[in-house]
Structure formats: C-alpha cells, structure tokens
Design a protein around this ligand. Structure first.
Ligand code: DSN
Length: 408
C-alpha cells in the first residue's frame, strides 16, 4: 500500500485486536475468505437494480454473485424459496430495519419495539432515531422483578395502541424470546411481526437458538455478529411481501448495492453451512454459560439471573462503580467490554449501571470453558480486588492468536 499512514494504522489495529480479549457481543473475527471478497475489485462495479434487471451494463457476474448469496441465505436458515424471499442489498442493520418499516408501514402510523434502555435497538423506534420520528413509536419494556419480557403486558399495550408492526429481537436481552407468543399478539391486533435476529443469527444457524421463521412475517439480520461475516444485512420476508421489501431497499432507500459486500456475505454464509460452524455456535453458548457462572462466583449480579444466548449483562449498582468506569478499567488491562444500560437504569446511557459481555469473538479465537473461567476470574481481580492482570491477558492472547498479523 502506498499510503503508509493508513497501512500503519491498519497494522496498529490488527495488533490491538491480537493483544486484547474482546468480549463485545456484537463483534467477531472474520475469515481470510470473507476479507478477500470484501477487498476485491467487485467494489468497482455499479449494479443498481436486481439480478436480471439492472440499470447498468456489465452485470452478468454480479448477478451470479447476488443470486448465489440469496440461495445460500435461504438454505442456511432452511427456508423454501417458494415460501420465502431474501434481499441481500441492505448496507447494514439500520438501513435494513428502516427499509422494512418503509415498505410496510405508512409514515405516521405506529411501530412497536422494546425500549433501548431495556435491551432494544435505536432503530426499533427510539425517539432520537428516524424510526421514532417518521413513525409513531410505541415502546414496551421488561418486567421490573424478573427482567424478562412480559407477554401479557405486551399484549395489553398492543391491544391499546394497535401498531401496524411489532418488533422482537434485541441487542441486550440475554434470554430466549417466545416468538410464538409474539405471533399471537401480532395476529390479535392485525400487525406484521418482525424479528431482528442480528445478535443471535449465528446461533439460529447453528441450531442453538429457536428459529423465528415459523412465526415472523419478516426477519432482518446483520451479518457481522454471531454470523461472522462482513458488515452487511439480510432481509428475509414471506414471498408475498417480496416486492414491498425490494422496492423499499432500492430505489426507496439505497442506490447501488455493494457487490464486494454481497460476495463477502456469500462467503460467510458458505462458512456458516459447514459442520464446524455448528460446533462454533454450540461453543459460544457453552462459553457464555461458563463465563456467567464464574462472574456469579466473583460476586456479580447478572440481569435476569443468567443467559440463554451469547451475552450476559452485569448489574454494577451494588459495586459502587459505573459501566463507564468498569469499561475503562478493564480496557487499561486489555479486556474490552461494552458499557450498557440495565433495565430501569437510574443512570444515563453514556455512563450506565451495567456492562454487556459476550463470547462470539473469543470463541472464534478457539477459547473454551477453561479460558472463560480464567477471564471471569481476571475480571473479578481487576474490579473487586484492584489487581493488575495484564500478564494473564497477554498469555491468553498469545495462546490463542489471531491469524491476521501473519498475513492470514
Ligand atoms: N451496535 C450493535 C450492538 O452492539 O448491539 C447494535 O447496533
């Protein structure tokens, strides 16, 4: 690379990734194949439109790539192409969600999602997001005592507000979602039912989290979290809704699709179909359970008491430290976590009362339950006993190296 400044910054970031323990539940490490497609000359091509109907010439190869990506996406989630459609052009998760609302719900009508501070996402109707401004947003919460979804309360709100679309699937909810109950609620009020499975898509693909497809009308997902692909998104919908989604993505919301990103997604989907990915997904869940147990042993309170997914939320209120302080103190020793609100958080989002920890990235590095116990203990050493654990962090990073610094 002639640009030495950027070249050196890339090297520096690779070293940072290599030398730290990444517990951010929405991050992962992609394969050389995924990077190869993402950094390929496919980025040179304009392809507005869809396979077989483009606004530019020279798209025969891009058509093949997009069709292959779609085929693999349906196959990975065991969906019949007769019943389901998938759009693979959304640039990332937020535009994917926006496209769904744009396709299904007239401006000013109601959408209903989980509050951001209780584990929902900005694009599920939060007031600072366009999704909470262009549409009327109705928000549900979790139960104060159990910190779990309260389906009868959600039903009550839905009956009162009559939203046109109901969203399930969250960014900081460590438990299994009952999609069947949501389907019933949506049916009672005549709403579309959408699942945003961005966080747990890889777990669904690996068979360790319930699939939402039996119940949802539309399912969105980013591809870069547990699914371990490039930053991109997929929108699945029932076949009869296909033209609403396709028109909303292009020309409604976006211009030319990113062919390199679509090819890279196709590579990730191929990888997720291999038996080794099933093993990976299982290990992600085993690892988070081991981490959760150790954190409990270290005296931390887990929101909802535990986890069924790839993440845990720690409530730090009884520790007298905030999420931001914890994140900074751990980062100084090479442990990267995510400050996060907890349900009914008395503190603001920039310095909340919790942290969110997940195992997808460390599991990709090859770590197992033994290492999760060690990491849970390291976290306790730093936060409860004020110890310096940087040597322990270095050893784990050295024992489970990333391959990027070796040129893949
Ligand atoms: N940033 C994603 C996450 O970390 O969950 C959501 O957009």
């Amino acid at each position: 690379m002639k640009d030495k400044l950027i070249e050196n910054l890339i090297k520096k970031e690779i070293k940072r990734q290599d030398d730290t323990l990444n517990l951010i539940p929405s991050e992962n490490y992609v394969s050389g194949g995924v990077l190869r497609a993402l950094g390929s000359p496919l980025t040179n091509k304009y392809a507005e439109g869809y396979p077989g109907a483009r606004y530019y010439g020279g798209n025969a190869v891009i058509d093949e790539i997009e069709n292959l990506c779609k085929e693999r996406a349906l196959k990975l989630f065991k969906l019949s192409p007769r019943a389901w459609h998938v759009n693979v052009q959304a640039y990332s998760g937020s535009p994917a969600n926006l496209a769904v609302y744009f396709g299904f719900v007239p401006f000013g009508e109601k959408i209903m999602g989980l509050r951001l501070d209780m584990g929902g996402h900005l694009t599920h109707g939060h007031k600072v997001s366009i999704t909470g401004q262009a549409w009327k947003s109705v928000q549900y919460g979790v139960n104060r005592k159990t910190e779990l979804l309260d389906y009868s309360e959600i039903m009550k709100i839905a009956k009162r507000e009559k939203p046109k679309l109901i969203i399930a699937g969250y960014t900081a909810y460590p438990r299994i979602i009952d999609f069947k109950k949501f389907r019933k609620i949506a049916d009672v009020v005549g709403a579309y039912f959408m699942v945003d499975m961005s966080h747990f898509a890889g777990l669904v693909a690996g068979g360790v989290y319930p699939s939402p497809f039996k119940y949802a009308d539309v399912v969105t997902t980013t591809t870069h979290k547990t699914l371990r692909g490039p930053r991109a998104a997929l929108i699945f919908c029932k076949k009869e809704l296909a033209s609403k989604i396709d028109k909303a993505v292009f020309p409604g919301l976006q211009g030319g699709p990113h062919a390199n990103q679509i090819a890279s997604t196709a590579v990730a989907l191929y990888e997720a179909m291999q038996p080794s990915f099933k093993k990976y997904a299982k290990q992600v869940v085993k690892n988070v359970k081991a981490l959760a147990e150790e954190l409990k042993r270290q005296g931390f309170r887990l929101v909802s008491g535990g986890t069924d997914t790839h993440l845990v939320l720690l409530d730090l209120r009884d520790k007298g430290i905030t999420g931001r302080e914890v994140s900074d103190r751990l980062e100084a020793q090479g442990i990267i976590v995510n400050k996060n609100t907890i349900p009914f958080d008395p503190r603001p989002p920039m310095d909340p009362s919790g942290i969110r920890l997940g195992t997808p990235a460390l599991t990709t590095r090859g770590m197992k339950e033994r290492e999760m116990k060690i990491i849970g203990n390291l976290i306790g050493e730093v936060l409860s006993r004020g110890k310096n654990v940087s040597l322990g962090v270095k050893k784990l990073c050295r024992d489970f190296p990333l391959k990027y610094s070796k040129g893949l």
